[in-house]
Design a protein around this ligand. Sequence first.
Ligand code: PLP
Length: 429
Amino acid sequence: MQEKSEKLFKRAQKFIPGGVNSPARAFNAVGGSPVFFDQADGSILIDVDGKQYIDYVGSWGPMILGHAYEPVIEAVQETAAKSTSFGAPTEIEVKMAELVKKMVPGVDKIRMVNSGTEACMSAIRVARGYTGKDKVIKFEGNYHGHGDSFLINAGSGALTLGTPSSPGVTEGTAKDTLTASFNDLNSVKKLLKEYEGEVAAIIIEPVTGNMGCIPPEEGFLAGLRELCDAHDVVLIFDEVMTGFRVAKGGAQQRYGVTADLVTYGKIIGAGLPVGAFGGKQEIMDVVSPVGDVYQAGTLSGNPLAMAAGYALLSELHKNPRHYDQLEEKTTYLYTGLKEVFADHEVPATINRVGSMISVFFTEQEVVDFETANTTDQEFFKAYFHAMLENGIYLPPSPFEALFLANSLTQELLDETIEAADKSVQHALE
Ligand code: PLP
């Protein structure tokens, strides 16, 4: 039992809603008390009770080279000594924009913000301002942060007009969000036909991470690109998870499809609060102060956050071998886990793209929201808690992707596969 974590959680619940500052941390999907952490190094986490875990959450993505990565720590310390914020331009913002442009296709200009949510909210405002149209198409099971326009449920069935999936989101906002099915071009075509001339943007997680890892099927992203061109719709890739992860140039590079706008978060800030949106010059030039689409932030481009992100991105840019190594390590884990589940005759579908990987406890191929939902959630809960007990920190939900870090060693991967073997056995008992 993690005594100190449990005590802290009780204290936290008195003054913080649900005891957490973001619901995904609360263990609601798996039950029990969340682990409170104290420190980390590479792929090893240490909680407040002193227990060690191998980390597969990586702060939900940013820690692609592991925790306490020396160049990031140094950059933050050096920068902090000079000032934590000026609210005025700094050189590191310029260097960061230049570096991102070198690393990813199609980003002529970029604007820094403070979270992935802000990046996605801003991107759709820009798309609306640029096209003069109101409606946005998103995909069932894709998450783009907690902006009102994105908290829209498709309901059951394929295509419906949006209805708010959170109290506080108005019907007025919801009516402008249309929902299509991931990997189903026809569902998009139907919406574009029904709302001809009204759709400003299509926003998508090109590899979905937020219903577990689901890759785009062959031709799906290219098909969206064609549809957007044909209907004057801005194609937005939400690369908050996939950016700088599934390839140096993100999903755009991996799948050879260039979006009009791209949003970033997570890795771009190396664990500090950063998001960004960028894209074609013609579209980005509608953003204030050049254009009249208003977008701003007191702490945007914050020196600490920029210094951290720049240190991490520079390393990824200079040494693309990180991506090859991540690919090898994730394939190794994939193969090991596949064997474990097969040995125990547990139905499991494992999806992987680069260093994102998810296990769905189902016999079905998982290609969209509906098939993701066939996963055995009760079995996941038992497996999750057994893994935690065995020192493996997984995302506490059956609908999340694991994010591997290049700090994972062969020994740690082997320990993980062994722990999975014990945990499956335990979950079956
Ligand atoms: N977009 C995607 C694909 C995400 O995974 C997330 C968060 O997990 C967001 C947007 C929102 O980012 P943030 O939590 O930084 O606001």
